[in-house]
Design a protein around this ligand. Structure first.
Ligand SMILES: Nc1ncnc2c1ncn2[C@@H]1O[C@H](COP(=O)(O)OP(=O)(O)O)[C@@H](O)[C@H]1O
Ligand SMILES: [Mg+2]
Length: 366
């Protein structure tokens, strides 16, 4: 296992394919030993960053350094990097053991050494029993475990994971991501995980970079990304967000009959513009203590959706002409039932606002 956790620095990277510039002046740093997830919609440039870091692409501008060493012009094999791709990347004609030992073989390790190392890693990923099996004899999850063991066999300074779990079914995905985190933490390998799955990023990353159109919009802890999204894009891409009409008034906005401060004050807000407040379902509350008929937050409960510890209460607001989702602890939601008239109010005193029209294209949200 690596003795020193390698820091990574991408500085001012510009990467274009032909006429299409995918990354422009991009900076990204990983601390030694951390697992950083790049999260963003398909096509935003996540894989391109990974390929530049690995050395599969040479950027037109900028530098890549690993552990303080400029590797911008170094070939892939000299960078000390292990990579796991989405799926189907094992050598089909080699059994699990030979797949894992492959990197050591091309580095001319002795047969004894590489057999021992392959056995050790297959054990680590829980596949000691399956060393003689060929990829087609293994399940998708098992194949990705072999791919992980193969990437780790060379004791890489850096581990790159490009959507390694996205071809697997939900249960295997959850199990294997925990395994990846455990093994990565143990080995102390600096790791870049590319994913479009927010839950994956939120559950296993030390930090998350949320990407949009070749830019990193916010780089922060999972907690901060979720609780304090820096931009409307981040708020809508990560987690569930209600989009509720908001009207500017004296530098604040009026939402559901409440005056809220604006978190993203860089927005120009002139009175009369139609805006949208971005409010998480758990940041709304419900009451049946009801003042009057046409109060701004009033609505009728349409359905209750059980989600385990929380229940989503869907409220149809006639005034807004839309549904609002309010997430309550299951025991609190029991006080409400379909057809009941309720009052929806924000819990916080501030909100993020977006423009009236969608900030997130339909394609991004998919
Ligand atoms: N080899 C390539 N040639 C031309 N365009 C590419 C190539 N690879 C990626 N792109 C384009 O670059 C953009 C970013 O792609 P990519 O980094 O693969 O995104 P992501 O991994 O976030 O889905 C996309 O618009 C994609 O079509
Ligand atoms: Mg990709």
């Amino acid at each position: 296992m690596p003795t020193v956790a390698a820091e990574i620095q991408l500085s001012k990277i510009t990467m274009a394919y032909g006429q299409k510039t995918v990354l422009r002046n991009l900076d990204l740093q990983l601390k030694g030993g951390e697992l950083l997830a790049l999260l963003g919609p398909s096509g935003c440039g996540k894989t391109t960053i990974l390929r530049v870091l690995a050395g599969f692409e040479s950027p037109q501008k900028g530098t890549v350094s690993i552990a303080g060493q400029d590797v911008t012009r170094s070939p892939v094999r000299n960078r000390g990097i292990g990579v796991v791709f989405q799926a189907y990347s094992l050598f089909p004609h080699m059994n699990a053991r030979d797949n894992v030992a492959y990197g050591l073989r091309i580095r001319r390790s002795s047969l004894g050494k590489r057999t021992a190392r392959a056995a050790e890693l297959l054990e680590t990923v829980g596949l000691a029993e399956h060393a003689d099996k060929f990829p087609h004899q293994l399940s998708g999850g098992q194949q990705q475990r072999v791919a992980l063991a193969r990437a780790l066999a060379i004791e890489p300074r850096v581990l790159l994971l490009d959507e390694p779990l996205s071809a697997l079914d939900a249960k295997v995905r959850v199990h294997l991501r925990e395994e990846i985190r455990r093994i990565q933490t143990q080995a102390g390998t600096t790791t870049l995980l590319v994913t479009h799955d927010q839950e994956e990023a939120l559950t296993i990353a030390d930090r998350i970079g949320v990407m949009h159109d070749g830019q990193i919009e916010q780089l922060d802890s999972p907690e901060a990304i979720y609780r304090r999204p820096a931009t409307p894009f981040v708020s809508q891409f990560v987690g569930v967000t209600n989009r509720i009409p908001a009207l500017p008034e004296d530098g604040r906005v009026r939402v559901l009959g409440h005056h809220l401060g604006i978190e993203n004050q860089d927005r120009t807000v002139s009175d009369g513009t139609r805006l949208t407040a971005l409010i998480r379902p758990e940041d709304l509350t419900l009451s049946d203590d009801f003042p009057g008929g046409d109060s701004a937050g009033s609505g009728l409960v349409t359905t209750l959706v059980l989600r385990g510890a929380i229940t989503s209460v869907m409220v149809r607001s006639e005034a807004l002409g839309q549904d609002v989702r309010v997430d309550l602890p299951a025991h609190a939601a029991r006080l409400f039932s379909a057809g009941q008239r309720v009052l929806v109010s924000p819990r916080a005193t501030t909100t993020l606002i977006g423009r009236d029209h969608t900030e997130l294209s339909e394609e991004d949200a998919a």
